[in-house]
Write a protein that binds this ligand. Structure first.
Ligand SMILES: Nc1nc(=O)c2c([nH]1)NC[C@@H]1CN(c3ccc(C(=O)N[C@@H](CCC(=O)O)C(=O)O)cc3)CN21
Ligand SMILES: CC(C)C(=O)C(=O)O
Ligand SMILES: [Mg+2]
Length: 272
């Protein structure tokens, strides 16, 4: 397999399919605001996901369920203003696409029109088939999301690994093939056995982006607050922390507090 890297001036849904064809792994990371998205885009991340994980890391909710369509559009607009290269994908939040296909299309259109995003992501397979079709028919690129789907957390009750049983595994493969057949440009697979994820990646031609799905898939995604070590209590095995920003930021801020209290800040040079 070739690891040669083609330079993409602007990443499109087509570039991602090309990357899979050429054996180039796809990097994807979340961002929810302008300043962070600027850093992520400049670091050549291929896909920026405005995830509904904003509900957790931005708003402090326990699950992704409470975040609204308006709030997702606010985050997506901020990200879009920062991005020059990455493809920007936005999660359609819980409750904005499950009722019926028309509502799903309306939500997708609002995201595209009001934020300027490049694609949307929805959780599920067979169950949301008609909605996915509608959105695709309007010319809006759709990314799927299978395996651990956090918007259905209350149906399962836990965040444990999915599709360990044979029947769930075959449904997952069928759903991936269905999403590909309908015209989705990529699929996120979350927290499933690496062997199954590899099998899915090998049975479709669209790129499979994994989170807790092993190294046999076509790309990886993480929540940026997890990668940077801003979140402290989130410790699944699949997470690689590249920094401990929680500690580093805390130290910097404590130093500032000290400097103010001791009158060290501002100095003569820091005033007019
Ligand atoms: N900060 C953050 N990172 C994420 O990756 C993320 C969110 N939030 N919010 C939305 C979803 C929820 N996701 C999850 C949630 C839990 C596990 C998980 O593996 N939970 C383990 C315990 C984790 C621990 O050790 O704390 C479990 O077995 O429940 C995985 C992905 C992924 N998404
Ligand atoms: C974890 C990723 C795939 C996601 O859906 C999110 O951040 O909301
Ligand atoms: Mg999400």
């Amino acid at each position: 397999m070739s690891t040669a890297k083609k330079e993409y001036k602007r990443v499109t849904v087509k570039s991602l399919v090309d990357m899979k064809k050429n054996g180039e792994k796809i990097s994807m990371l979340t961002a929810y605001d302008y300043s962070m998205a600027k850093i992520v885009d400049a670091a050549n991340v291929d896909v920026i996901l405005v995830g509904d994980s904003a509900s957790n890391v931005m708003a402090g909710h326990e699950t992704t369920l409470p975040i609204t369509l308006d709030q997702m559009i606010y985050h997506a607009s901020s990200v879009i203003r920062a991005v020059n290269r990455a493809l920007v994908v936005v999660d359609i939040p819980f409750g904005s696409y499950q009722s019926d296909p028309k509502e799903a299309l309306r939500s997708a259109i609002r995201i595209m029109k009001e934020s300027g995003a490049h694609a949307v992501k929805v959780e599920g397979g067979q169950e949301i088939k008609e909605s996915v079709k509608r959105i695709l028919n309007a010319g809006i690129p759709v990314m799927g999301h299978l395996g651990l789907t956090p918007q259905s957390i209350y149906k399962f009750g836990t965040y444990t690994v999915r599709a360990k049983e044979e029947d769930e595994a075959s449904k997952l493969i069928a759903d991936a093939k269905l999403l590909e057949k309908m015209g989705c440009f990529s699929i996120v697979l979350e927290k499933i056995p690496a062997k199954l994820a590899k099998e899915v990646a090998e049975s479709v031609s669209i790129p499979i982006i994994g989170i807790g799905a092993g190294n046999g898939v076509d790309g990886q995604v993480l929540v940026i607050h997890d990668l940077l070590g801003i979140t402290q209590e989130f410790n699944p095995r699949f997470l690689r922390r590249y920094l401990n920003l929680y500690e580093e930021m805390g130290n910097a801020i404590s130093k500032y507090v000290d400097d103010v209290k001791t009158r060290d800040f501002p100095s003569d040079e820091e005033q007019y």
